[in-house]
Design a binder for this molecule. Sequence first.
Ligand SMILES: [Zn+2]
Length: 499
Amino acid sequence: MAKKQTAQPQNLPSEDEAKFVEDLADKDDFSAWYHDIVRKAELADDSPVRGCMVIRPYGYALWEAVQRGLDMRIKATGHENLYMPLFIPMSFFEREAEHVEGFAPELAVVTVGGNEKLTEPLAVRPTSEAIFGHFYAKWVQSYRDLPLLYNQWANVVRWEKRTRPFLRTSEFLWQEGHTAHRTEEDAEQETLKILHEVYADFVEKELAIPLLRGQKSDSERFAGALRTYCIEAMMGDGKALQAGTSHNLGQNFAKAFNIQFLDEDGQRKLVWTTSWGASSRLIGALIMTHGDQYGLRLPPKVAPIQVVVVPIWRKEAERVIVQEAVDSLLQELTAAGVRAKSDWREQTPGYKFNDWEMRGVPIRLEIGPKDIEKNQVIMARRDNRAKAGIARETVLSELNRTLEEIQQNLFNQALDFRKSRTYQAANFTELSEKFADREKLGFVETWWCGSADCEAEIKAKLQATIRCLPFEKSVKAKSGTCVYCGKPADKWAIFAKAY
Ligand SMILES: [Zn+2]
């Protein structure tokens, strides 16, 4: 393929290089840094409607990687995908009291269609328990019909006042699973299976984000649920991000929608339902867990491009031999299943290096005439920015080994960071101190008596909430004294400021 000729300097003038990086806000200004990455890595753009977002191709490729990883696990655990309508009659929505109360402030409601006032207003789904409930009542007759294990990939709308791309937007993409079971035990088992085998497995193994798993306190529980379980991750500024939730809905929705079945013993009984969701905010989690002062750092397993090859040449004669070497290398990598591409844009190599670093591509290969002479390529890792020459014939094996190493390294770094920012507090004074220093913000583990008042007081005074009551406690004791009221307490809780 003919390329337009341009002489390329081997090294980018240091001024340009400095400017590109300088342009990225300092990571200490975490919010500005986050928005800069979203913009400069071309993940998303603002929409003309406030609070919505345009997901650009590179951001959408990340979402597709999230979809693939979750969908595979959702199906492997016995679920099927289906699709429910975007609009839900308001009357459906109003049947579960706690549910409508919880969601009413965020509802978008359609009252006019085709120039006519609708006889019944339609809610744009903020979540789909109501419509699933309606159909489950129709689809379930006998115990033989159970369980129903369904999932849908969809967009939902929650009218948010304060929004931030990927983390909190009025419209977002997600999957929502909805299941119906014969017994309470079956529903509970399902709720936990999703948390561990689908969400935690994907987020830790593929997104390389270490998690805490646990149960939500009542005030943080899903509106209409009996129990909510969650995975929580620590972001680069020490704040918590809820990365996925799984709800045991008990019989609340079964009662509201009259979902009954005839059991083996001839009795009509209500089913037990669950719902669970993970959303495009996982992309925000990726940015905020792994990003650094040079931009994104993507775990190889979900990186849309795992390896980028940057050709280096000055003269036309050089370009021809470099192109040959790059083409044969790309062919080898692609055939081996590595997601690789070459960058022949008319920019300087230095510009390209910075650009791919900003986009978080795990490995960059550089090939120039001198490397071809030495039968080598230069490999630069994004995670630690180490650079070394490797023999041409070992490139594939070196790449595979290094991609695995980067995946593990990103996870380890995030885990070390979380450990270094996890504290304990014996009383409210200590708790307050832990949240006083913005530079050292993190998770605080402590005893809580279970009172919603203590929880609310702490939230009001410190803007910190209980992220979860972890399944695995870091203390041996079974009880202690409440961090707020000092009364006997048997709940070990993780407090944090949260997104
Ligand atoms: Zn208390």
